[in-house]
Design a protein around this ligand. Structure first.
Ligand code: ZN
Length: 456
């Protein structure tokens, strides 16, 4: 469908059709060219940034913070096993005699691990999470890999700056080219708990006197919304008002800052926070990088929800081994006032087993961005009506129960003025023209076009 850029030399060779017809087609595109990639600069572990690494040649080094590298592995370990989720390691594909691609037999075809290089420091990972195999002991071999710290991408100096965003480990990136420093914001904001890190990045970026600032613009058409503190206060109030009743906290996957906010709310309201097995797995990975991250072992306010599963996956078994005390649907159903349950739309069928009489569903996640998500929201509302649960924060626009992971337009204007680059290049936005309105009079804005190079 032409969805992948027609760049020959950067993709996994085992995913290409053996007859080579895919490249015959790609060569007809006006944007076709050959390319060699020395490294991928990865800003953070959200799927719209890390996900398509899956298609890249497994020999290309990925440079990231150690938290992002660990999150990427954790997310893949407990994700559905498809080739679109192979950000950290890959299952080799081989062609049969008819040219059909399929996974190579576990024996003889070990996992292909991607070389992750760290831009900050090495973790003190005594539990060796990095080399924990996603397969069972009898399954596909998972070769051990060593992490390394680098300060160069290919032969160019590179620097990572931690920034405030809705996932831990997020960074802005600067790379020194022969023409000067090029800085990329990654996704960021200035209204979360870690806003000081974004401020420090702005100061450091300004000092580099960059020739270009590649800028995210998710919320470029928005004014400032609720801060993380606002969202905390609103959610706390909602839980307090539901004393003795069933309460669900619905927040974005891997939004650990929000999870920790609900953990604090649970503490203050005398409840326990019931997290999913996936949350538990990810928190365990994160705690290997940052011992300050709590797990159900180090913080008893947190407990894992035990899903009813006929055949638990390997990683679920691992979580059950790590955290033996878990709560079931029946436990939650009989003592609803003792818990805050972390569920999202995808866990909704659990309500059938929990059978709550009344309570609330606190929606602390971003509002729908497309038609599919609008439908999802409607379906969620029907379920909540059926179970007599009050929807809180379930609106089609911004709400005070959620704080966005992205900086607003006016704050971005200030940020660009502070860094004062020679040119601004908007990316990751559906309103690139807004950049021209906001800073175009002072700083030239270069709007990217598909397949067109931007010489600096
Ligand atoms: Zn993001």
């Amino acid at each position: 469908m032409g969805l992948l850029p027609p760049l020959r030399g950067i993709y996994r060779s085992d995913l290409q059709d053996p007859a080579g017809r895919v490249w015959e087609r790609a060569e007809r595109s006006p944007h076709y060219r050959r390319l060699r990639a020395d490294a991928v600069l990865l800003s953070h572990a959200h799927m719209d940034h890390i996900g398509y690494i899956s298609f890249l040649d497994t020999d290309i080094p990925i440079i990231s913070t150690m938290m992002t590298a660990y999150l990427g592995k954790a997310i893949q370990d407990c994700g559905a096993h498809q080739f679109e989720g192979e950000m950290s390691y890959a299952t080799p594909k081989i062609a049969d005699k008819d040219g059909n691609l399929g996974a190579g037999r576990p024996k003889g075809f070990p996992f292909m691990r991607r070389p992750y290089l760290l831009a900050d420091t090495l973790p003190d990972d005594s539990g060796e999470f990095w080399n924990l195999s996603p397969a069972s002991t009898k399954g596909r071999h998972f070769p051990k890999k060593r992490l390394k710290v680098v300060d160069r991408a290919g032969n160019l100096p590179v620097r990572y700056f931690p920034v405030d965003h809705s996932i831990y480990g997020s960074a802005a990136i600067a790379i020194e080219t022969s023409a000067g420093w090029v800085v990329y914001t990654g996704d960021l904001r200035r209204h979360g708990k870690n806003r000081a890190s974004t401020d420090a990045f702005v100061q450091a970026a300004k000092a580099l006197n960059p020739i270009a600032l590649i800028c995210e613009g998710t919320n470029i058409d928005r004014g400032p919304g609720a801060t993380e503190e606002d969202a905390f206060a609103s959610c706390l109030q909602a839980v307090q008002a539901a004393e003795g009743e069933f309460v669900v906290a619905d927040f974005g996957p891997r939004n650990v800052e929000r999870l920790l906010a609900f953990l604090e709310i649970a503490r203050r309201t005398g409840r326990r926070l019931v997290i999913s097995d996936k949350d538990a797995y990810v928190l365990t990975a994160m705690s290997a990088v940052d011992p300050g991250i709590p797990t159900p072992a180090s913080d008893r306010t947190m407990v894992v929800y035990r899903r009813a599963l006929l055949k638990p996956d390997n990683w679920v078994k691992q979580v059950r081994e790590w955290y033996r005390v878990q709560v079931s649907a029946a436990d939650v159903g009989s003592h609803p006032g003792e818990y805050i349950v972390c569920f999202s739309f995808f866990d909704i069928a659990e309500l059938v087993d929990i059978d709550p009489r009344r309570g609330c569903w606190i929606y602390s996640s971003s509002e729908p961005h497309d038609e599919e998500q609008l439908f999802e929201l409607e379906r969620l509302k029907h379920w909540l009506t059926h179970f007599n649960l009050e929807p809180i924060g379930l609106t089609e626009g911004p709400s005070r129960y959620h704080s966005s992971g992205h900086i607003s337009g006016t704050e971005m204007q200030t940020l660009i003025r502070e860094i004062s680059p020679r040119v601004v290049i908007p990316v990751h936005t559906v309103h690139p023209e807004r950049f021209v309105e906001l800073v175009g009079k002072e700083i030239p804005v270069r709007l990217p076009e598909i397949g067109v190079q931007l010489p600096l």
